[in-house]
Design a protein around this ligand. Structure first.
Ligand code: S3P
Length: 178
């Protein structure tokens, strides 16, 4: 079965939704950040602090190549995985990309006490979210096969993804020239 790849901004619910989605579909869940941390033997925050963002992006790229080549996975990506075109291509090779779209306000509310995301550990958090969101929305949009509103309760988001996937399958069948 093709992978389901969840993408979207930090705090959009990729991990929570991914775990539930994998359970519903009988697929295996992989959190890309957790995978990178296991490979590196330290946290994402430590990688950023010790080696810098570029080193993290290189590890993220390797993770996209490795996980993108597998099957039957629900993969929750980091919010910046779409920054490299080659990452998107690797994830699409065997998978469908689902974008969980959320507003800057929603991100700020969900991550107000978060200390694990290096890019948001700054006094001007709201401005950083606005800037990154403006840069990244076009990339999520371009990468996504499906766009789902990520602001609802996680169970509703899972339901919306499953409904959209079934609808897609129907449309594909109807498209066939039988
Ligand atoms: C990042 C998002 C994080 C993590 C890293 C960088 C980003 O993942 O990969 O801190 O550039 O948006 P989440 O989207 O799971 O928070």
């Amino acid at each position: 079965m093709r992978n389901l790849v969840l993408c979207g901004f930090m705090g959009c619910g990729k991990t929570t939704v991914g775990i539930r989605l994998a359970k519903e579909r009988g697929m295996t869940f992989v959190d890309m950040d957790a995978y990178i941390e296991a490979q590196a033997g330290c946290t994402i925050a430590e990688i950023f602090a010790r080696d810098g963002e570029e080193a993290f992006r290189a590890m993220e790229h390797e993770a996209c190549l490795t996980l993108g080549a597998k099957e039957d996975l629900v993969i929750s990506t980091g919010g910046g995985a779409v920054l490299r075109e080659e990452n998107v291509a690797a994830l699409k090779q065997n998978g469908m990309i689902v974008w969980l779209q959320v507003s800057p306000m929603c991100v700020l509310a969900r991550l107000q006490d978060d200390t694990s995301r290096p890019l948001l550990q700054r006094p001007d958090k709201a401005a950083a979210v606005d800037r990154l969101m403006r840069e990244r929305e076009p990339l999520y949009e371009a990468a996504a096969d499906l766009r789902i509103d990520g602001e609802a309760d996680p169970d509703e988001v899972v339901g919306a993804v499953i409904a959209a996937l079934s609808f897609n399958q129907c449309v594909n069948i109807n498209d066939l020239d039988l």
